[in-house]
Design a protein around this ligand. Structure first.
Ligand SMILES: *[C@@H]1O[C@H](CO)[C@@H](O)[C@H](O)[C@H]1NC(C)=O
Ligand SMILES: *[C@@H]1O[C@H](CO)[C@@H](O)[C@H](O)[C@H]1NC(C)=O
Ligand SMILES: *[C@@H]1O[C@H](CO)[C@@H](O)[C@H](O)[C@H]1NC(C)=O
Length: 536
């Protein structure tokens, strides 16, 4: 298995048949170089102009993305465009080192050797070759059809134009197929400079689940990386934008803007504004992304493409690969479930228990360590005084809470007394749940991050709801004043801090059914991850 592969595609219409096999050879990034209809690797390309070439092969690019999304879910697919825009370029320059080259038809060994030596500018020393030749021999009737993307297949379209200066905008959060298609459409039509406006997080704060959006600087870096990869020949100006118009408001050089069907109105706004500012009107190129990808994808994938629920689609998915935990026993597999007060952690924990996880609740376990006669009882009473005791000499949690939630020093003191004792108990319970047959144990703890317990779990699942909703729920549940509720919520990590650490994020903001659906999705993905991991 290689991480980075290059597919040399001579028969785009046969892609669907070879994609499943590609999963067996590449597991991270798949570059695709289109050589439609080529019989020989070194044969001179047809001498068509750039415009014709792009016009003819552009549709294949979209089709490759949509097919690959449907079959190779885990691969970062990147269709290389430099060779389409300039058919005379014979070298392939990628940002990542290519470890395997996959051909969709058989080429002569000398040609392949020469290709590896002189065309691939960034390949490993040990780069190897795979040929997926379906069907293995003969049956050339089909391959005749396979070249329908080549020059003869499509009539020139007079409308098609290329521009020196193109602009495109968006949030571009966690680049997905829809983004890649939009960007490719912009790159294909651009000959000099592509400006990309990236929505700054400050513009998104009023949006639901904005915490899930990656920081603007991260998104800009990933965009640069993707764009340099698919066409290193253009100049890229990637800028944060603080309002929907961004640089289109004043840059006189822009000629064309690429929008999706969903953002078409934004394109019209841009032109309205440019008109007022006496700037040239932009041509608008509209890409119907949903149309482009919906044909071959399943319902779930369609979810992933739609930008209106762009962030909801992230709920219950694996956002990042868990860090290695060499010091932690491999079994049971421990999920740290955390989230602010009133975020609905417990309902998520319950769903997980129903799915077969062992569940332990640290917050409940914590009450146990300071009942009368237990380890922490004496030390707490000694520090906080007898005023916190009930008539029956038990610690009154409400009285204790009233002290510590208003005074950080006192809270730290209490935590210092309770956490070490609690952690020992937690470890004991995890062991007991494993012995009772649970391969996966969920450790529910509001203080997971603050207590530094993240190093005692294999991965973190965070439950988030909008802060205002949390205040409302907590006030109702615990009969607190608004300011007390806010103080308690502020004492725990914010949604942004949780998302930064979490491998999976769920939200109980909507219906119980929707929460359950997210948990089921995350559970399924975890099973897949664990199965894959066991194979290593
Ligand atoms: C991909 O395969 C390589 C080599 O087998 C392995 O080291 C790596 O962890 C795999 N990566 C993923 C994301 O599965
Ligand atoms: C080639 O790939 C390596 C590692 O993947 C990368 O660090 C390097 O920048 C690439 N070289 C070029 C010229 O892009
Ligand atoms: C809620 O708190 C208020 C003020 O502390 C108190 O008067 C009231 O009885 C409480 N209600 C419940 C249901 O506990």
């Amino acid at each position: 298995m290689a991480r980075i592969g290059l597919l040399v595609l001579t028969k785009p219409t046969k892609l669907e048949r070879i994609l499943p096999a590609i999963n067996q050879h590449v597991n991270s990034t798949l570059y695709v170089q289109l050589y439609p209809g080529r019989r020989r690797l070194q044969s001179l390309p047809s001498s068509s102009e750039t415009v014709l070439n792009v016009q003819h092969h552009g549709p294949a690019v979209i089709s490759i993305y949509s097919q690959a999304t449907a079959v190779c879910h885990n691969l970062d697919v990147r269709v290389l465009l430099a060779g389409i825009k300039d058919p005379f370029i014979s070298t392939i320059q990628t940002r990542k080192q290519i470890e395997v080259v996959i051909f969709d038809c058989l080429f002569h060994k000398d040609e392949v050797d020469n290709f590896l030596k002189s065309c691939l500018l960034n390949a490993t020393q040990t780069c190897h070759v795979v040929t997926l030749n379906h069907p293995p021999h003969g049956n050339n009737v089909v391959s005749g059809m396979a070249e329908s993307f080549s020059i003869d297949g499509i009539l020139p379209n007079k409308e098609f134009k290329m521009y020196e200066n193109v602009v495109v905008g968006g949030t571009f959060d966690r680049l997905h197929t829809g983004h890649k298609i939009l960007l490719s459409e912009a790159v294909l039509r651009c000959t000099r400079k592509l400006t990309v406006g990236v929505t700054d997080t400050s513009m998104l704060k009023y949006k639901l689940l904005w915490e899930l959006i990656e920081p603007c600087s991260d998104r800009m870096c990933l965009l640069e990386d993707f764009l340099q990869d698919i066409d290193p020949g253009l100049q890229y100006d990637i800028v944060p934008i603080y309002d929907p118009l961004g640089p289109t408001r004043e840059d006189p050089n822009f000629q064309m803007i690429v929008v999706s069907t969903e953002t078409y109105k934004g394109g019209l706004k841009v032109n309205e504004c440019r008109c007022q500012n006496n700037l040239p009107i932009l041509d608008i190129h509209t890409v119907d992304i949903l149309e482009a990808v919906s044909e071959r994808t399943c319902d779930e994938e369609e979810d992933k493409i739609s930008s209106s629920n762009n962030r909801m689609r992230l709920l219950g998915t694996r956002l990042r690969v868990p860090e290695a935990r060499p010091l932690l026993s491999r079994k049971p597999y421990v999920i740290g479930l955390t989230g602010n007060i009133a975020s609905g952690k417990s309902s998520v924990g319950e769903h997980l228990r129903n799915l077969g996880a062992g569940l332990l609740n640290c917050d409940i376990l914590a009450h146990g360590v300071y009942t009368k006669g237990q380890t922490c009882y004496e030390s707490i009473v000694q520090h906080f005084g007898k005023e916190i005791l009930d008539d029956d000499e038990e610690i009154n949690r409400k009285a204790l809470g009233a002290i510590v939630f208003k005074n950080k020093e006192q809270l730290d003191k209490l935590n210092g007394l309770v956490w070490p004792v609690l952690l020992d108990r937690v470890k004991g319970q995890i062991k007991a749940l494993f012995e009772a047959g649970h391969q996966i144990v969920v450790m529910e703890a509001a203080v997971l991050l603050q207590a530094g317990w993240d190093k005692h779990v294999h991965e973190i699942w965070a439950c988030i709801i909008p802060p205002e909703e949390a205040v409302k729920r907590l006030q109702e549940r615990n009969n607190l004043t608004e300011s007390d509720a806010r103080a308690r919520i502020a004492a725990l990590p914010s949604n942004t801090e949780l998302v930064a650490k979490a491998h999976v994020v769920v939200s109980t903001y909507w219906s119980a059914t929707y929460t359950q659906k997210q948990v089921a999705k995350a559970w399924k993905a975890l099973q897949l991850y664990l199965t894959d991991n066991a194979k290593l």
